[in-house]
Ligand binder design. Structure first.
Ligand code: 5GP
Ligand code: ZN
Length: 143
C-alpha cells in the first residue's frame, strides 16, 4: 500500500521529526498553517479515527498532549487547535490517521465553522436518531 506517512515512519521519506517512540511519531507538516504546525501519527497504519484501535488511540492522544505543550512553548503560541480530518469530504488527504497540532497567535486568522440553527423539532430529531444508533451499538463500547 502506498502511504507517505508509512514511508516517513520507515525512514524511506524524509521529514522534520520532532518526537518518536515505539508507537508514535511526530513531524512538522510540510505545508504549515502556522510555523510549528505538527502532525502526530500512529506508527501502525490505520485509515481514520473510526478504524484506529482504542489502544493506539490512547497512545496517540497522550503523545499529542505532550507534543502540543512542547510546540506551544517552543514557538511561543498563545493557544493551539487539535484537528483531525476524517474522510475526503472533511478535508482528509492522507489516509493514515493523524492529529494536527496548529499553534495559534493573536489575530492570525479566523477559525470558525459556519453554523446553521436548529429548530425545536430538528434538534430533538437529531438527538433521537443519534441516541438510537448509540443504543444499538453500546455493547461494543468499552470506555
Ligand atoms: P489531512 O489533509 O489528511 O488532514 O492532513 C495531511 C497533512 O499532511 C497535510 O496538512 C499536508 O500538508 C501534510 N503532508 C502531506 N504530505 C506530506 C509529506 O510528505 N511530508 C510532511 N511532512 N507532511 C505532509
Ligand atoms: Zn500509512
Amino acid at each position: 500500500m502506498d502511504c507517505i506517512f508509512c514511508d516517513i515512519i520507515k525512514k524511506r521519506s524524509k521529514a522534520e521529526i520532532i518526537f518518536e517512540n515505539e508507537k508514535v511519531i511526530s513531524f512538522l507538516d510540510i505545508r504549515p498553517v502556522n510555523s510549528g504546525h505538527a502532525l502526530v501519527v500512529s506508527k501502525e497504519h490505520f485509515d481514520n479515527f473510526l478504524t484506529i484501535s482504542p489502544e493506539s488511540l490512547k497512545e496517540l492522544i497522550v503523545a499529542t498532549q505532550f507534543i502540543a505543550g512542547a510546540v506551544k512553548r517552543a514557538v511561543n503560541a498563545e493557544g493551539f487547535n487539535i484537528v483531525s480530518n476524517n474522510g475526503t469530504v472533511a478535508g482528509q488527504t492522507i489516509f493514515h490517521f493523524h492529529f494536527h497540532i496548529i499553534p495559534r497567535f493573536k489575530n492570525d486568522f479566523h477559525f470558525r465553522f459556519d453554523t446553521k440553527p436548529y429548530n425545536e423539532s430538528s434538534l430533538k430529531e437529531s438527538g433521537k436518531s443519534i441516541r438510537q444508533v448509540i443504543s444499538k451499538y453500546k455493547d461494543i463500547f468499552h470506555g
